[in-house]
Design a protein around this ligand. Structure first.
Ligand code: SAM
Length: 349
């Protein structure tokens, strides 16, 4: 995209440019994870996180009747850390390991290269389109995937809806603006009455499109989608747009392409969309509760045996970051979407 003076674009197009522009996009240029990066995700805090996801996947595979052919798709695999631990764990379960096609759907060429350097290239298939997935039961895992999707924002003022835009005064200086917006036309297009009892709306066209495509595959071929992301469950929507750079909040309109732009998922909206699609059921809980029910505390105890004090302290410090209510435990939610008649609920009961 070429930026000219007084160039204006809707917020979702701006986010898409800032994160995914082939030349200047944040995710296209660097690996943002870890202490030296801008933020850290659960798989990069501790391998225990991915080990719990592995246990959950194995349980789901059993629940599906141990299918001889199954797909596991990681959506947005970042630096490949979760997939690395999943593969290591599944090697101890050869029946599953041999039955499973491991797939990664990754948009960033930079991150794809990092994933290819880290992971067994013969075991993993990288896909650019979900249509490439074979028609077997499929388990989709999305850790911090949906929060990386561009959103639109709408603001209601004196009963009139406005859409948020970004205006580039010049290449370096940008500011927010609003334009009046035909909400009822938009609602007809998306097939959902999103503005009811709202004064502010965040909506991701691309996120909802993924939800629809994935749940369609689940309905046809069986399987499920596990979403782990920061978000809230209240109906009333709020402005959650933020930019993160060097582990701190930064200005969304500054350092464009050099800092992450993200938002909190409104799980109430996701649930409503799932209900409307029909034939599906969803379960939701907090990350802390999910990991504890899967046995993460026992796992910490096992791996800290025979370790010296500082190693033990490190294991428990990382455990706390993942499950404590004041850290990721409550802020992050886990949502499981599956076919209506499926009874699997490990981690949610
Ligand atoms: C916040 S990172 C999370 C990475 C990883 N799941 C983790 O937890 O460490 C978001 C990931 O989603 C990828 N991504 C964003 N939009 C995507 C899209 N439309 N298709 C595929 N991957 C996408 C990004 O490139 C990045 O790998």
């Amino acid at each position: 995209m070429i930026i000219k003076n007084n160039f204006e674009i809707s917020l979702d197009k701006f986010i898409n440019f800032a994160l995914y522009d082939k030349k200047k996009g944040y995710y296209m240029q660097k690996s943002p994870f870890g202490r030296k990066g801008d933020f850290i995700t659960a798989p990069n805090i501790s391998r225990m996180f991915s080990e719990m996801i592995a246990i959950w996947i194995l349980g789901f595979w059993e629940n599906l009747g141990n299918p001889k052919k199954i797909n596991l798709v990681e959506l947005g695999a970042g630096n490949g850390e979760m997939m690395k631990i999943l593969l290591e764990t599944f090697k101890k379960f050869p029946m599953f390991f041999d039955s499973c096609n491991f797939l990664i759907h990754e948009k960033s060429l930079k991150l794809k290269k990092i994933q290819k350097d880290k992971l067994d290239k013969d075991k993993i298939i990288w896909i650019t389109d979900l249509k490439e997935i074979k028609k077997f039961p499929t388990i989709f895992i999305a850790n911090e995937f949906f929060d990386a999707m561009a959103i639109k924002q709408f603001i209601k003022k004196r009963d009139i809806w406005f859409e948020r835009y970004v205006i580039f005064k010049n290449k370096k200086k940008a500011f927010f603006n609003e334009k009046s917006f035909n909400m009822s036309k938009f609602e007809k297009e998306i097939g959902y009455n999103i503005s009811k009892n709202q004064k502010f709306i965040e909506y991701s066209l691309v996120g909802v499109s993924y939800l629809k495509k994935i749940t369609d595959m689940i309905k046809k071929n069986n399987g499920g989608l596990l979403i782990i992301d920061y978000g809230y469950m209240e109906k009333k929507m709020k402005n959650t747009l933020k930019s993160i750079s060097n582990h701190k909040h930064s200005n969304v309109l500054e350092n464009i392409g050099k800092s992450d732009i993200t938002h909190n998922i409104n799980f109430y909206l996701f649930k409503k969309i799932i209900d409307q699609l029909g034939g599906l059921k969803d379960l939701i809980t907090t990350q802390g509760s999910f990991l504890v029910k899967l046995g993460i505390k026992n796992r910490a105890e096992i791996i800290s045996q025979n370790q010296n004090f500082s190693k033990k302290a490190d294991i428990y410090y990382r455990l706390k970051r993942l499950i404590d209510d004041k850290e990721m435990g409550n802020l992050f939610k886990v949502m499981f979407i599956k076919k209506k008649n499926n009874k699997y609920k490990l981690g949610f009961n």
